[in-house]
Design a protein around this ligand. Structure first.
Ligand code: DGI
Ligand code: FE
Ligand code: FE
Length: 198
């Protein structure tokens, strides 16, 4: 990838962006992020999405995951992101509030990249190709381990929508089994992509 192409979407060079992301998280999470980026690039090539946008979205999708809760709550309140998300905790905050930090600190303004980050945890009832690619790449990148992960990776070679469906169903099943709070958007994604509601 040409550096100047990459720089279309960020205020930083590719190396600067990599360092900024690396410095913002643990080594383990950074490996996950690089795995997500690589998987997102492959999916973008396979399904005809913008490879640079997918790459950058993959790299920054968990940028806010390790910020202190107080800072995240401040970002949510100051930017009017909806205080209804506060009780859900950082698992739900980091994508939604993450886009504010990604725009401010990494200079990324592209709306498709920001939207993919915004919905990467819960999905949405109206996902773009890039949204689906980041949602799926996050789930199947090489560091992820769950039963059937090999089958799901193979499925992702042929049918992205089938993986969106699988991931949405299995994430919801797991949340229910663990008695965790379900964010409404997670249910909207289920209704749209698993039930098939229009
Ligand atoms: O940030 P990652 O761990 O790489 O992955 P992620 O952003 O997809 O998901 C973070 C966690 O959030 C994951 O364990 C699934 C969980 N999650 C997804 N939807 C919901 C949720 N957690 C709650 N409580 N409610 C949801 O609706
Ligand atoms: Fe995440
Ligand atoms: Fe992730």
């Amino acid at each position: 990838m040409e550096m100047n192409e990459y720089e279309k979407y960020t205020a930083f060079s590719r190396d600067e962006l990599l360092s900024k992301v690396e410095e913002s998280m643990s080594e383990k999470r950074f490996s996950h992020v690089l795995g997500t980026q690589e998987t997102a690039i492959q999916l973008a090539k396979r399904f005809g999405a913008d490879v640079e946008k997918a790459s950058i979205a993959g790299l920054v999708h968990d940028y806010a995951k390790e910020r202190p809760n107080e800072e995240m709550i401040r970002v949510i309140v100051e930017n009017h992101l909806g205080e209804d998300i506060i009780p859900f905790g950082n698992q739900i905050w980091h994508g939604i509030a993450g886009i504010v930090l990604i725009e401010k600190e990494l200079g990324i303004r592209d709306s498709e990249i920001l939207q993919a980050v915004y919905v990467h945890t819960t999905g949405s009832s109206n996902m773009s190709l890039i949204d689906k690619i980041i949602y799926v790449a996050d789930y199947i990148e090489p560091h992820r381990h769950f039963e059937d992960v090999s089958e799901v990776r193979r499925l992702a070679e042929v049918d992205l929508d089938e993986v969106v469906k699988y991931e949405t169903e299995h994430t919801l099943l797991r949340l229910i089994k663990e008695k965790r709070a379900i964010y409404p958007k997670t249910i909207e994604t289920f209704n749209r992509y698993v039930v098939g509601m229009q």
